[in-house]
Write a protein that binds this ligand. Structure first.
Ligand code: SF4
Ligand code: SF4
Length: 436
């Protein structure tokens, strides 16, 4: 018997208690200090209770369970729905200072119906028999030019003919004008970004000519919600606008959004992707980001009406009363996610789409695929990244983002570590121990 290598054990933030979580056995416990001492010293009063929960286990037995769970994970992923991003163009009407695409060279090519047809015929063949949906991404997909509207509508018509839902990721500026078009089709959701309330948002996400965008986006969100279109509101946070989360939460509550069945939210951390940002000092590391959110929620608990942060598996555990299945891989690129752009290129995901040198093939004018590279993406998980193999956090972390790992190390099979231990310290405190 040994102390399972998948045990995650630490002290809960702002509490005398500890937590013990094991994603392989699916058990989680809050331990009083006396119990925690047993673990720290390795002198257990009742060994049996630790064995029953898989915290103490025979190493060979554990390897078998691990292998079975891994095979189950791979098998289940085969049945997962595939999210297919389509970037019709990289053009955008906004001039956000942190845009990771702003350093990309843009090929001047207009989107023809022939390219859209080729995209649909490729995905029909390549992902035959798979559940899938399209997410139209940019640049900004909902531009007001007549040619853009026609292309968007042609994409929607094709998606409908193929029985596919469509989602959009938009800056929201033209959502009001596009709502009559969108409501005719199967729209899964529209993701819109606000970076705070008016002043902060307009400072960070202005039009290219410097004009404000906040009021028009609010109108667009209200129009879409009134038509029953799902809105996923995202706020991209860094040190500059952290406090705006408080204002935006209040604003959303006042607008009645937070109780609207068609409304949900997500927090995004502003981070360096491929393009060096003008002010790197504004950025939070992943841990700093969650530390800041945790502290802000302590000060302004009303934020949770707007958004409930995940803190690794903490929210899942709280909402479902059980842990999620082990996460052997947290990167969907080339597995359940692909990205295609209007120039005919194929990429792994939204992090790489449009980035020169990261193409994995073409669907237009001819089909071609970089099979070896794609295989590498497909193989990447915690069993193939050497740093992850002996990491006790692996089944909650899943090895992180391949693109970030590659940018950092030059290798795809490298770790992008998630601060799981600290996230659980905060998350278990927030969701389970708040009264302590
Ligand atoms: S590379 Fe990163 S952004 Fe792309 S699918 Fe993987 S985790 Fe997501
Ligand atoms: S990416 Fe880092 S934290 Fe995550 S499993 Fe691998 S080594 Fe562990």
């Amino acid at each position: 018997m040994y102390f399972s290598k998948y045990n995650i054990f630490s002290k809960i933030r702002n509490s005398d208690d500890y937590y013990l979580v094991n994603l392989l056995s699916g058990n989680a416990d809050i331990l009083e200090p006396a119990k925690a001492k047993e673990i720290i010293s390795g002198e257990y009063i009742n060994v049996q209770e630790y064995i029953e929960k898989g915290y103490l286990i025979d190493e060979r037995e554990e390897k078998k369970i691990y292998m079975n769970k891994y095979l189950e994970f791979i098998e289940n992923r085969e049945k997962d729905e595939i999210q297919i991003f389509f970037v019709p163009w990289y053009a955008c009407n906004f001039g956000c200072d942190y845009c990771y695409q702003s350093g990309y060279e843009q090929e001047k090519q207009s989107l023809s119906n022939e390219i859209i047809d080729s995209f649909f015929s490729y995905i029909k063949k390549e992902f035959a028999g798979k559940r899938k949906y399209i997410t139209v991404f940019g640049g900004e997909p909902l531009l007001l030019a007549e040619s853009s509207r026609k292309s968007v509508e042609y994409i929607l018509q094709n998606a409908t003919q193929n029985g596919l839902d469509t989602a959009f990721v938009t800056n929201g500026f033209s959502l009001e004008e596009y709502t009559p078009i969108l409501k005719k089709y199967r729209i899964r959701e529209v993701q819109v970004t606000l970076d705070g309330i008016e002043e902060m948002h307009n400072q960070r996400r202005p039009l290219k000519n410097g004009g404000g965008t906040f009021e028009k986006i609010i109108k667009g969100i209200n129009t879409a919600l009134a038509e029953g279109i799902n809105i996923n509101l995202r706020i991209v946070i860094d040190k500059e606008n952290l406090q705006s989360l408080v204002d935006l939460a209040k604003f959303s509550v006042e607008k009645g959004w937070t109780t609207n069945q068609y409304f949900k939210t997500q927090l995004g951390r502003n981070y360096e992707l491929h393009y060096c940002q003008a002010s790197q000092s504004k950025l939070f590391t992943r841990l700093e980001f969650y530390e800041a959110i945790y502290a802000l929620i302590k000060e302004h608990p009303e934020i949770v009406e707007f958004h409930k942060p995940a803190f690794s598996v903490s929210r899942f555990l709280f909402d479902n009363g059980e842990l999620p299945e082990p996460l052997f891989d947290d990167c969907t690129g080339c597995k359940t996610e692909w990205a295609f752009d209007g120039t005919g290129h194929i990429y792994s995901c939204t992090a790489t789409v449009g980035n020169q040198g990261e193409e994995l093939g073409t669907y237009y004018p001819a089909v071609s695929k970089a099979d070896e590279l794609i295989k590498l993406w497909e193989e990447r998980d915690v069993t193939t990244i050497s740093e992850c193999k002996d990491c006790n956090l692996q089944l909650a972390c899943g090895g992180g983002c391949a693109s970030i790992a590659k940018n950092r190390t030059g290798k795809l099979l490298a770790a992008d570590c998630r601060p799981v231990k600290e996230l659980l310290e905060m998350g278990i405190s927030h969701y389970f121990n708040e009264s302590v």
